[in-house]
Design a binder for this molecule. Structure first.
Ligand SMILES: [Zn+2]
Length: 357
């Protein structure tokens, strides 16, 4: 994803997700227990992956790679193995292959960039805008929960000061009220930090994200910029995430790149939470891939503020190896995500709710 910071003459600060790294200076873009139809198969598959990773890099078993169990990929960066790296590369291929097969697959941002401008009245732009507005309330909640989850995971939630900072960030997220379609913004989305109640969304970008999963990942990205706000309240978290990504990928992730990557990370985690809260007949890998597909570019350019799109996917999946494992899993084995019995009513509302017409 792309985003860019623009400082205008009036000291406005914009953050955004850019469909294109080079070019226009526009700023624009919970984990819950999953119960799958065949969750035991998934668990066995992940267990097999874990074991193979262990023995591939540690045939003698002399050291423990300390892969974590359960929902999270993250807290032991030293555990990232050669097998993990291979898994990430396979998952990138799987996600981008799925994009081509999926009728709701996202348009890659390099294709978006090449498109002519799109009227706000174009049916595809209208559909995208309605999707964004419908999903905004649920995405606010997903983002708030994801930020708390990440703050705990990166040890930035341990005292009253850090908790107050996260709480204030999430209050900013809750205050975002609308999505504004914009022709000129084209393939970008952005927020204005001085007045952070609206996400401006280019009409090409609105039309190119054809699934709820993709839309949530982009809305969550923008909401995370707003969460950090003009005070850069989440900078410690952004830096911690970037440090781990650097350890796992060797990519250069400094300055604004750290924030953009962290916003993308919140986006994919929020989308994954949404997927696991909402019932669907669609294969789990297909739904998960949608959170990443706009980065499946041919023209893989980077700039100072952004990793290239494909390196963005690489960094995200290196941070979330559980997600990488789910992307390469056999879709037929994970066909049905269903709501766990204990899921609160709010999750049901996410599914049933808010379709606007
Ligand atoms: Zn951004």
């Amino acid at each position: 994803m792309k985003s860019r910071t623009q400082r205008h003459a009036d000291a406005e600060t914009r953050r955004g997700m850019f469909a294109r790294y080079l070019g226009l200076p526009i700023s624009l873009s919970p984990r819950r227990r999953v119960i799958s139809f065949n969750s035991s198969a998934v668990i066995l598959f992940i267990a097999a992956l874990t074991l193979s990773a262990y023995f591939a890099t540690n045939p003698t078993g002399a050291q423990s790679p300390q892969r974590r169990s359960g929902a999270h990929s993250g807290s032991t960066p030293e555990a990232f193995t050669v097998a993990d790296r291979r898994l990430v590369e396979r998952a990138i291929g799987a996600a981008c292959t799925e994009r081509v097969r999926d009728p709701l697959g996202s348009m890659p941002i390099d294709e978006m960039q090449a498109r002519p401008s799109l009227s706000v009245r174009h049916p595809d732009a209208v559909a995208g805008w309605r999707r964004a507005e419908r999903l905004l309330p649920a995405t606010r909640t997903l983002v708030a929960n994801t930020i708390v989850q990440l703050a705990k995971e990166y040890d930035l939630y341990g005292n009253t000061v850090t908790r107050a900072r996260i709480s204030a960030a999430n209050a900013r997220v809750e205050a975002v009220r609308r999505v504004k379609p914009d022709v000129e913004a084209r393939d970008n989305a952005s927020v204005l930090l001085r007045d952070p109640h609206t996400i401006e969304f280019g009409t090409i970008f609105l039309s190119g994200l054809r699934s709820d999963e993709a839309m949530i990942s982009v809305l969550a990205h923008e909401l995370t910029h707003i969460a950090s706000g003009q005070s850069d309240a989440l900078r410690p978290l952004f830096r911690a995430i970037a440090r781990r990504a650097v350890l796992r990928t060797g990519l250069r992730i400094q300055g604004q790149r750290a924030e953009e990557l962290a916003c993308d990370l919140v986006g994919v985690i929020a989308a994954r939470r949404f997927i696991k809260q909402t019932a669907s007949w669609e294969p789990l890998p297909r739904r998960l891939a949608r959170a990443l597909e706009h980065n499946c570019v041919d023209d893989d350019a980077s700039d100072e503020d952004h990793l290239s799109p494909r390196n963005t996917i690489r960094a995200l999946l290196s941070l979330e190896t559980d997600l990488a494992g789910e992307l390469v899993a056999d879709g037929s084995a994970t066909m049905f995500s269903i709501l766990p019995p204990s899921t609160p009513a709010r999750s049901v509302v996410l599914t049933a709710s808010t379709r606007r017409s």
